[in-house]
Design a protein around this ligand. Structure first.
Ligand code: HEM
Length: 474
């Protein structure tokens, strides 16, 4: 049994038997139990030798320190090693800046939800009608994840592209972009055994030969949106100060660019900026879990709002919010999002030091199901745990958008997900409409667990049955 050499005060490196292979086999075979055992035996954080590299796993105590120090622990450097999403987009954008994109999402999308609510609602209802329909007879939907992506794509396309979202193929391309990019994520990192950069080279090989999974979406974007972009630029020029900016992200980027020339470079850049946001929003928002007891709350709010939701109505959906938060907690991946150490080293508050270039995986399951935060019932699905009732009758609810040490599903610190307000709002509106209209159950009548892919979960492909409640008109 060999024990790797670790520098003074480094996280303990879990002993392993076979050189080169290290812990790779145990990690691939059963990451869930293997990480649990390691944490119990070696504490937080600990290191493993996987795919030829020493990587560190941060559990519930260390995750908040990693997220808080985003200038030291870089998410994009870590992510690019296994899933070079930014390389895909950088082919289109000359000056890509992740912090600029984050600011646009926060200021132009999340801060303006009240402006978008009625449009989002209209698009969601139309998507639900197209993709689920009446369901007067119970209907089975097999690929529910993709169907939900299609439904979510409609409102997202509307907010991002304004009237360009009238084209069905543009809406479909929003859902497909996500699907195609996600495929890159599942290339097994076997070549990392030789050198980490070899895996990256292999994943990016098609890009080097000029094939980009999203090129055809770029062509469709140009075909559909170029005339609209040109017309908007023409109007801006003609009306000058009198031009009233449209409420969509496309017009925001047009106003920022201050150009009058719609050439290939300009369109590439616009496409890259816009579809980067599309990827972030569609890939994360489509979650079909439902909970029947929420029906009463939805019916009450539906009646009070006459079926026309405002942002205040969405905020009143406290039970639904707790349900969404609990669903997100339960769908936490086992370990995700490596953050790479960018400074010479970093010392955690418990005195343990990690060196430059070390990848720190967030052991999310340890945080999401920790008794320290959620007590003995941490593994149970209990949406009410997010509500606290005080003796004086005061009731406080911890919203799904709140990031703190017990809830890291949206990250934390300065780089916490800026799209979470939009995402939660959209999920709640969508679930509200679905719960009002349908009874939804799994084919087997039991809860179907997701499938495990290495250390992440992917939705199960078992079907969901939708049946019209025949009660309210949504
Ligand atoms: C349920 C849905 C979502 C989940 C679970 C989610 C989760 C996350 C997580 C974990 C991060 C990394 C945070 C960190 O490293 O601290 C992140 C970042 C980000 N998310 Fe989301 N997200 C969701 C929806 C969205 C939506 C709808 C948008 C856009 C409208 C969006 C845009 C972004 C952006 C731009 C970043 C990068 C932030 C930065 O670089 O500072 N996300 N998200």
């Amino acid at each position: 049994m060999s024990i790797g050499v670790v520098a003074h005060n480094e996280p303990p490196l879990v002993p392993y038997q076979f050189p080169i292979i290290g812990h790779t086999y145990n990690f691939l075979r059963d990451a869930e139990n293997f990480l649990k055992e390691c944490k119990e035996k070696y504490g937080d954080p600990f290191s493993l030798y996987i795919f030829g590299n020493v990587v560190t796993f941060a559990g519930a105590d260390i995750i908040p320190e990693v997220l808080k120090n985003s200038d030291v622990f870089d998410f994009y450097t870590g992510l690019n090693k296994i899933f070079p999403i930014h390389v895909v987009f950088k082919q289109f954008m000359k000056n890509y800046s992740s912090s600029y994109t984050a600011r646009v999402v926060q200021e132009q999308i999340s801060n303006k939800i009240n402006i978008y609510t009625s449009r989002l609602q209209k698009e969601l209802l139309s998507g639900i009608e197209i993709f689920f329909g009446n369901c007067n007879e119970p209907k089975i939907f097999k690929n529910i994840h993709y169907t939900m992506s299609l439904i979510i794509s409609k409102p997202v396309a509307n907010v991002i592209l304004g009237e360009c979202a009238q084209f069905d193929d543009i809406v479909a391309s929003f859902a497909l972009v996500e699907k195609e990019i996600q495929k890159m994520r599942y290339v097994p990192p076997i070549l990392m055994f030789i050198h980490p950069s070899l895996h990256q080279f292999f994943v990016m090989l098609p890009l080097r030969f000029g094939w980009n999974p999203i090129s055809r979406h770029r062509d469709l974007f140009v075909q559909r949106c170029k005339p609209i972009i040109e017309e908007r630029i023409r109007q801006r020029k003609e009306l000058g100060e009198k031009y009233i900016q449209k409420e969509d992200i496309l017009d925001f980027y047009i106003s920022e660019s201050k150009t009058h020339v719609v050439d290939d470079n300009y369109l590439d850049n616009l496409f890259g900026e816009l579809y980067n946001i599309v990827f972030a929003s569609v890939s994360t928002t489509s979650r079909p879990e439902l909970w029947n007891e929420l029906y009463e709350e939805q019916l009450k709010i539906h009646n009070e709002s006459n079926g026309n939701l405002s942002i205040e109505d969405v905020n009143k959906m406290v039970k639904l919010d707790c349900f969404v938060k609990e669903s997100l907690r339960h769908s936490a991946d086992i370990a995700v999002i490596p953050h790479t150490v960018m400074s010479d080293s970093f010392t955690f508050s418990n005195g343990i030091t990690v060196p430059k270039d070390r990848d720190i995986y967030l052991y999310m399951k340890d945080s999401a199901f920790n008794n320290k935060f959620f007590g003995e019932t941490s593994i149970d699905f209990q949406p009410k745990r997010h509500i606290t009732s005080f003796a004086n009758g005061k009731i406080v609810h911890s919203p799904a958008t709140k990031v703190d040490k017990s809830f890291a599903m949206f990250g934390g610190g300065k780089r916490a997900c800026p799209g979470r307000f939009f995402a939660i709002n959209e999920i709640k509106m969508c679930l509200h409409k679905l719960i009002l209209r349908y009874n939804i159950r799994t084919e087997s009548g039991k809860i179907v667990p997701p499938k495990i892919k290495t250390s992440t979960y992917v939705p199960s492909d078992s079907g969901l049955i939708f049946e019209n409640r025949n009660y309210v008109k949504v």
